[in-house]
Design a protein around this ligand. Structure first.
Ligand code: NDP
Ligand code: OXD
Length: 309
């Protein structure tokens, strides 16, 4: 029985001793070239999977994403009996909370405008409003959406959240499903997207969605690039329908050098850095997943394949 590890050498240096101590019966095999017996591979930890890998390991039972997302996997190519799990660790939530807070405050206090003004040596005050008059809406009430809302609550923004199924979050007005989307959008002056990428959420941030937001609304997007219609966003920024965007994810990544989002005065762009999975926490999370699988217990971070997240 072995774990086939297919990620960076830097991460491996942290994972290797943790696996040796915690799971001495599960050899930590680094790279396919090091696999002595393909039948021994029962677990794979990777960000992306090389083509045809599933056929090479007949006893594979679990794939662990080394990040929080799993949309990089082609579920249709994975046999039903293979469990897929992802990283659910305290620091992923904490880092996203910090990032989303930064984005919301940057939009609330018009940071793109003042960065552009500073570059042009323009001293011109814009309107300043109270947080209690700026409504924030978070798309996605999972580990990241909830961590963000908990951090925003004491700042006084009226808060709402949207999920697929009904959810309760203290101090937050919640909406769910397609019917809940329009009323949720209509009260969101700053929209934060923390949704997983699935067939239902692909391109969800499109012209119709921007039109359903209050005039001049802002977007903080740290979900996935393929959820965003980049052209529709540029058109909405140019027309004034959207007031600004704080963007961590694009399609493709890196964003091509000639793309207008790089230089748009209403855009703050970061290179997919909202969270980085801490190697040590990730190793412990992977150990917990494998232990749970071996003991036929619920696997933490297990992905529900029919839902796609
Ligand atoms: P979770 O699986 O914990 O939560 C997902 C949330 O989205 C749930 O509330 C779920 O609803 C909701 N949701 C899913 N599909 C729909 C839908 N069709 N309509 C409405 N709501 C929907 O995910 P996480 O919070 O851990 O992560 C979210 C995403 O953030 C990741 O999948 C990844 O893409 C992205 N991410 C980005 C990072 C970055 O650095 N930029 C880093 C880490 C993650 P319900 O509660 O009903 O199930
Ligand atoms: C992740 C990410 O999902 O980095 O971990 O986006």
């Amino acid at each position: 029985m072995a774990l086939l590890y297919l990620s960076s050498a830097e991460r491996a240096a942290v994972w290797r001793p943790i696996f040796r101590d915690a799971l001495p019966d599960v050899p930590f095999v680094e790279g396919e070239a090091a696999v002595a017996d393909p039948a021994s591979v029962r677990f794979i930890a990777a960000w992306t999977l090389p083509d045809g890998i599933i056929d090479r390991y007949p006893n594979l039972e679990m794939i662990l994403s080394v990040g929080a997302g799993v949309d990089q996997f082609d579920f249709a190519a994975l046999p039903e009996h293979v469990t897929v799990a992802r990283m659910v660790t305290p620091s992923i939530g904490a880092m996203m909370r910090d990032y989303a807070l930064l984005g919301v405050l940057a939009m609330h206090r018009q940071l793109p405008r003042y960065i552009a003004q500073q570059r042009s040596r323009v001293w011109e005050a814009g309107p300043v409003d109270l947080a209690s008059r700026r409504r924030v809406g978070v798309l996605g009430l999972g580990q990241l959406g909830r961590a963000t809302l908990h951090a925003l609550l004491p700042l006084g923004f009226p808060l709402a959240g949207w999920s697929r199924t009904p959810r309760t979050v203290q101090g937050v007005e919640t909406f769910h499903g397609p019917d809940g989307l329009q009323p949720f959008l209509a009260r969101s002056d700053i929209l934060v997207c923390l949704l997983p990428l699935t067939p239902e959420t692909r391109n969800i941030l499109d012209a119709d969605l921007f039109a359903a937001l209050p005039e001049g609304a802002c977007l903080v997007h740290a979900g996935r690039g393929r959820q965003l219609d980049h052209d529709a966003l540029l058109a909405a920024l140019d027309s004034g329908r959207m007031g600004g965007v704080f963007l961590d994810v694009t399609e493709p990544e890196p964003l091509p050098a000639e793309h207008r989002l790089w230089s748009h005065p209403k855009v703050i762009l970061t290179p997919h850095v909202a969270t980085v999975t801490d190697f040590e926490e990730g190793a412990h999370c992977a150990v917990d997943c494998i232990r749970a699988q071996l003991n036929a217990q619920p696997v933490p971070g297990r992905v529900h394949r029919s839902k796609g997240y």
